[in-house]
Design a protein around this ligand. Structure first.
Ligand code: MG
Length: 523
């Protein structure tokens, strides 16, 4: 085992919102390794440690019990691509043009190259970098948007959601997939760096291969004289849920539970490798999710716990997600109710390693006062909620200020289920303007059930309206990146073949013959 090289700092002073925190010498003795574990569509109520009565996630439990568990942690979007953009750039996704909604396989755009990702920041500090899993920030006609063009040294993964391709086999031995996959696109691609190596990807062995790739990379980097950054973006627990034989029918919670068990196992493999390599005490690990649960999958879907609605909406269930920070000896285990967001990881990590942030608007706020203080206190007082498909003429839908949340617009969305017991969540709940805003106190009413009488909270209405107006007025919308489509951008290992896109298959022996007849749209 070799610890990462000694950084340029032997002792650091962090100036934080009017006070100075003197960090322990051990914190600055070496630059920490950084591991971000990013689940997909994992709801606030899905994990055992967040209260689900039948989920089984022992490895995430262990991570949480050894770390700091956030109860008011937010994604910046209720869907996949935008939240990934803000995680990697520290900025609201609208600035980088990741709107409206997500990248699909024939999108020609991607995360703009002039955005500076966490990986690029860390490389300047001497880090080696890798991403395993779901990228979902564009592929491009010539793979120009893939991770190696955004600061990552290596990539191994499916570059978007695995329902954005024909569904094939998700569970052993011959089960078919559920959910509305997209048979119009080419088969799900698996990339190694910028090369398409398998199409369709074999989901049933993917967990093992993702895990092997991540752990062998960690083991290798642990022997080298440089710190590393691993961004592990899981396909789980997005639909269609899948699991290898090891996890099929392994839980009380059906297909979703089996998918979660696979995710949990992979988390455990990463943590085991950090321990086995002797670097766990010098590795900052953060686990979270890109958005709330997909409720349209009903009893195969995720769960937002006590929060209202789910994926696709700006209610709490759409954007409040699990968040766990882990760093033995540096982060005191426990629970925090402080306000934070995935885009806060960017300045947190940048400051931790002494990186200079790019000269652009950074919306994230350093979480150090939450993570490294005996009296955790967030510097974040406000947060803004963008809908699935943001519109510059509408702007943000809601504003959080301290414990208060003001909805200026509300709208239901399909991912929160057309048959949801709560009509506000359904897509039939059309865009509605609220003036004065719908106001809730999330500290006493996290389920957004009891709107406050705005005449009794005029000061809060005034403050949230001021924040709302200022934020919308100052937002600089980047040109929409998912807007343009061309089939030439669809990943295909036999570019130019016919009949397209069925002809796009390569990789594992006989997989195409074995599964070619199993494209389906089972409900
Ligand atoms: Mg997602």
């Amino acid at each position: 085992m070799a610890a990462p090289s000694v950084g340029v700092l032997s002792l650091r002073l962090f100036v934080l919102a009017g006070f100075v925190t003197l960090y322990p010498r051990t914190l600055a003795a070496t630059l920490p390794n950084i591991v971000v574990l990013f689940a997909d569509d994992l709801g606030y109520g899905d994990l055992e440690i967040y209260g689900h009565p039948t989920s089984s996630s022992p490895n995430i439990n262990e991570l949480a019990l050894g770390g700091l568990r956030f109860t008011q942690f937010y994604s910046t979007s209720p869907v996949c691509s935008p939240s990934r953009a803000s995680l990697l750039t520290g900025r609201y996704q609208t600035r980088s043009g990741i709107w409206p909604s997500v990248f699909v396989p024939d999108c020609t755009g991607g995360l703009p190259s002039n955005e500076t990702t966490i990986a690029e920041l860390l490389k300047k500090q001497g880090y080696t970098t890798s991403i395993v899993g779901k990228w979902h920030l564009g592929v491009g006609t010539n793979n120009e948007h893939l991770p190696l063009n955004h600061g990552f040294d290596t990539y191994f993964g499916v570059p978007y959601s695995h329902d954005m391709c024909p569904c094939r086999t998700c569970f052993y031995p011959n089960d078919t997939c559920y959910n509305d996959c997209d048979p119009q696109y080419s088969n799900c691609p698996l990339f190694q760096n910028s090369t398409l190596v398998e199409q369709p990807v074999d989901l049933l062995t993917l967990d093992e291969r993702y895990s092997q790739h991540a752990t062998s990379w960690i083991a290798d980097k642990a022997t080298q004289d440089a710190p590393f950054f691993l961004y592990f973006a899981f396909q789980h627990t997005h639909h269609p849920q899948y699991a290898s034989k090891q996890f099929r029918n392994s839980t009380l919670r059906g297909m979703f539970g089996d998918s979660l068990a696979a995710l949990d196992w992979t988390v455990g493999q990463v943590m085991k490798q950090l321990r086995d390599s002797g670097i766990i005490d010098n590795t900052f690990v953060f686990f979270t999710s890109d958005n709330g649960p997909s409720l349209r999958n009903e009893n195969r879907g995720g769960n937002a716990g006590l929060l209202k609605c789910g994926k696709g909406t700006t209610y709490e269930g759409g954007m409040r997600v699990p968040g766990i920070a882990h760093w033995p000896g540096h982060i005191k285990p426990g629970r925090t109710t402080e306000l934070a967001s995935i885009m806060d990881l960017y300045p947190t990590i940048a400051n931790l390693v002494g990186a200079t942030m790019p000269n652009v608007t950074i919306d994230g706020i350093d979480m150090a006062p939450i993570l490294f203080s005996d009296t955790p206190k967030s510097r974040r007082e406000s947060f803004f909620y963008y809908f699935t498909s943001p519109d510059p003429t509408v702007g943000v839908y809601a504003v959080r200020y301290k414990q208060y949340k003001a909805h200026f617009y509300t709208q239901g969305e399909g991912n929160s289920d057309a048959k949801n017991h709560d009509p506000d969540c359904r897509p039939s709940a059309k865009l509605t303007r609220h003036d004065p805003p719908l106001l809730y106190d999330l500290h006493v009413d996290p389920s957004e059930q009891f709107a406050l009488n705005t005449t009794e909270y005029q000061d809060i209405v005034k403050k949230t309206t001021q924040l709302y107006n200022e934020f919308n007025a100052n937002m600089e919308w980047g040109a929409s990146q998912p807007a343009n489509h061309d089939t030439s951008a669809e990943p295909c290992c036999n570019k130019g073949c016919t009949p397209f896109p069925e002809c796009c298959h390569c990789g594992k022996d006989d997989r195409w013959n074995k599964y070619s007849s199993k494209v389906n749209r089972l409900k």
